[in-house]
Write a protein that binds this ligand. Structure first.
Ligand code: ADQ
Length: 463
């Protein structure tokens, strides 16, 4: 039977239990179904002079995890350098944060080549390969160079900007050409899909676009949007366990009759966190009745602490939350509760359910799964309202959320006030529509849509 080979920058063990995220669970299910291999970085950085590129194999049921550590040079050039100081900011439209001073693309290419060699050494003729995200764009081209003719798909979890922005990305022509070594290329939204087609049309006069297929650089690739979601039923159930109920009761007792507004994000400059805190400040200025009556809880665990832009962001948020708290706090009330740590998923589900509104205001986001989680966790008889950035992929699907431009501080503050004041009937109507979106985009549907398209190519594979 055809195996599935998944490749992503980091490998997450789907057997990690309730701590495992929806993506790990969905991919784990797909891998378990037919047997599979998950390949990627184990998160360690080490220089072992005897085994500089060693691999570890760990079997769990039908699934094999094949992981490697990175050398310090690979970690710097591939992960911190090209992936996180070039592609991440550029693909999130932040050309001001792109590192143009060093050419990291050589090491990025070399790590992709190393992964390709490993995959080629274990590959069977009927394997399907599914590659994830911007760390691994050239991997299919490297695999094709080893003679691999298997179906290979790529899914980009983050946005793809238009050609006017892509023009500033070092080595962009190489990256775009590399996408045409794949059989299926998936994006979160139609907008991202169109951006690729526009970019290819600029580069290659021979481009043909026929429905879902784009022919360029001598290959025809299926380019399509496959919006990702969460395991909706599982998340809804998590917000209703006895443990979750206890957390909700504790929050309500602590908050007395005050309402809670929540934000949950990896700490990242793409998430619009300073602008969000400014909007909360503006809410207290424009609508003083919220002073003493509403608390904003922002949960933002630190990520990528080794990249300068993240250190600056951390300092800015500490200072902004401190400033707002010292201006508006009372002896028995703090306006902003700002927490830098991870929580178990069940606790997050309870925190969402205990919140009257959520501020989900990234400056740019591929999808934003917090939007889905917040909706799934609500009590349908008394649901809270998401205030959602127009620049999150989720906004392309969730038009019953309160959509805002996160750069417009007043607009966000006004939308938050609307969410806090919204009559129950309207909240219920909007929540019902949003819940339908969350179910329609369920993560198991996302993986089966992508894998069905990829599997159609198996017939064309010899052997
Ligand atoms: P991320 O940028 O990580 O993902 P997002 O989609 O919002 O963004 O997912 C974040 C996940 O982390 C959510 O499941 C959330 O619950 C979890 N999380 C955040 N803070 C947490 C905390 N303190 N404790 C526990 N869990 C926490 C990338 C892209 C997104 C895209 C996803 C999936 O940037 O645009 O939606 O991949 O494709």
């Amino acid at each position: 039977m055809s195996r599935l080979i998944v490749v992503s920058n980091r490998v997450q063990d789907p057997a990690a239990g309730p701590g495992a995220g929806g993506l790990a669970v969905a991919l784990g299910e797909a891998l378990e179904a037919n047997g599979g291999v998950w390949i990627g970085w184990d998160g360690r950085v080490e220089q072992d002079p005897l085994h500089p590129v060693s691999w570890n194999e760990h079997r769990s049921g039908n699934l094999t995890l094949l992981t490697t550590s990175l050398t310090p040079e690979e970690h710097e050039g591939y992960y911190l350098g090209f992936a996180n100081r070039v592609l991440w900011p550029a693909f999130h439209y932040r050309l001001d944060l792109v590192d143009y001073t060093t050419d990291h693309s050589r090491v990025y290419g070399a790590v992709n080549r190393r992964l390709a060699m490993k995959i080629a050494s274990i590959l069977r003729p009927d394997d399907r390969i599914w590659i994830h995200d911007y760390h691994l764009i050239p991997l299919a081209a490297e695999l094709r160079a080893t003679g691999c003719g298997n179906p290979i798909g790529y899914f980009q979890h983050i946005p793809l900007p238009p050609p006017s922005i892509l023009a500033a990305v070092p080595e962009v022509n190489w990256l775009v050409r590399a996408l045409f070594a794949y059989d299926v290329v998936g994006f979160q939204t139609e907008t991202d899909r169109l951006h690729l087609i526009q970019q290819v049309q600029q580069l290659e006069s021979e481009t043909e676009s026929d429905g879902e297929y784009v022919t360029a650089f001598g290959r025809s690739t299926r380019v399509k949007s496959y919006p990702i979601g969460i395991d909706a039923d599982r998340f809804t159930a998590m917000a209703r366990t006895p443990n979750a109920e206890e957390i909700i009761n504790r929050i309500r007792q602590r908050n007395l009759n005050r309402s809670q507004v929540i934000g949950v994000d990896r700490m990242d400059y793409s998430k619009g966190l300073p602008e969000r805190m400014e909007s909360v400040r503006r809410l207290f200025e424009l609508y003083p009745e919220n002073r003493g009556a509403m608390t904003f809880m922002q949960i933002a665990p630190t990520s990528r602490g080794a990249v300068d832009a993240y250190v600056d962001l951390h300092e800015r948020l500490d200072s902004l939350s401190g400033e707002i708290n010292s201006k508006f706090s009372d002896f028995d009330w703090t306006p902003i509760r700002y927490i830098n740590r991870q929580f178990p998923r069940e606790t997050l589900a309870a925190l969402y359910r205990a919140s009257r509104a959520a501020l989900i205001t990234p400056l740019r986001d591929g999808m934003n799964l917090v939007a889905h989680e917040y909706v799934a966790a609500q009590d349908p008889d008394d649901p809270g309202m998401p205030v959602l950035s127009r620049f999150a992929g989720a906004a392309e699907y969730m038009d019953e959320a309160l959509l805002i431009n996160p750069y417009n501080i007043d607009q966000t503050a006004i939308a938050l006030q609307t969410a806090l004041q919204m009559p129950l009937k309207e909240r219920k109507r909007r929540h019902k529509a949003l819940m339908k979106v969350v179910h329609d985009l369920d993560v198991s549907r996302w993986s089966s849509r992508f894998l069905n398209d990829l599997s159609q190519l198996l017939r064309a594979v010899p052997g």
